[in-house]
Ligand binder design. Sequence first.
Ligand code: T3D
Length: 264
Amino acid sequence: MNSDNPVITTLNDGVLAITLNRPDKLNAFNAEMSEAFLQAFVRADEDNTVRAVLLTGAGRAFCAGQDLGDRDPRKMTEPPDLGHTIETYYNPVLRRMRAMEKPIICAVNGVAAGAGANIALACDIVLAARSAKFIQAFSKIGLIPDSGGTWILTRLLGEARAKALAMTAEPLMAETAEQWGMIWRAVDDDTLAVESQTLAAKMAAGPTAGLGMIKSAIHQAATQSLDQQLDLERDLQREAGRSEDYAEGVTAFLEKRAPVFKGR
Ligand code: T3D
């Protein structure tokens, strides 16, 4: 681990902690950090010893989105191709986060703005410090929500709230985000680290193959009919029922002891 790295990763007991680490820029993404962030999720997905991910930010912010210092029009001869950054970094990481089977816990430790907000919302279970706020900052600079923002906001909140947040760029405090169902829970600032680590450890010690199936089924529910979803549940339950973890879970229940899951 090198504390100068723009993204710090540490692996403990199956939990890969990914920490955005440019605190003096409120963890805004420059190209180096975007590349490191993508590689951290490639590792999370492909390393079999990783069973859950815990994403957070260093310092007082979670993430302020794209580093606007790299977008200074006064230093450019022509407009930048923002689609290139999105295609190279944001979209691949978002696709991987949503498709990977392992649970991703997000601990939003402070302000989450622009792409930073939508990366947090792409995680599976989002905890936020009570003082944290979510800002769809894009419209303040003439942009649209990216990193899946138009998709996830609409699904989580419905059109009225999604449009208003995106078009006004008004900050949404963590407690309201919880009340609106945008995140799982707002917690006291001084308990966020412990609560998110405890949750991530619980996930990593859980039946992670089954948790991956839950994630996949809930994602697919957004676009499938009830009939399709009933068929999917049948197929996934058949697969889950053949897992070692299911046998262990039932045996442990009958033996009145805690199960020891292996993610298989
Ligand atoms: O490739 C592409 O460009 C397309 C992709 C776009 C994705 C996006 O994310 S676009 C949206 C980009 N983000 C923003 O527009 C947010 C900009 N930041 C803010 O609005 C505010 O900083 C916050 C609301 C996040 C926090 O406000 P506050 O008052 O708590 O802090 P501050 O004083 O504004 O910022 C503290 C420092 O962080 C400051 O630097 P300084 O003056 O101490 O040297 C500030 O410039 C820096 N900072 C904050 N956000 C960014 C940033 N530096 C570069 N880029 C940032 N996004």
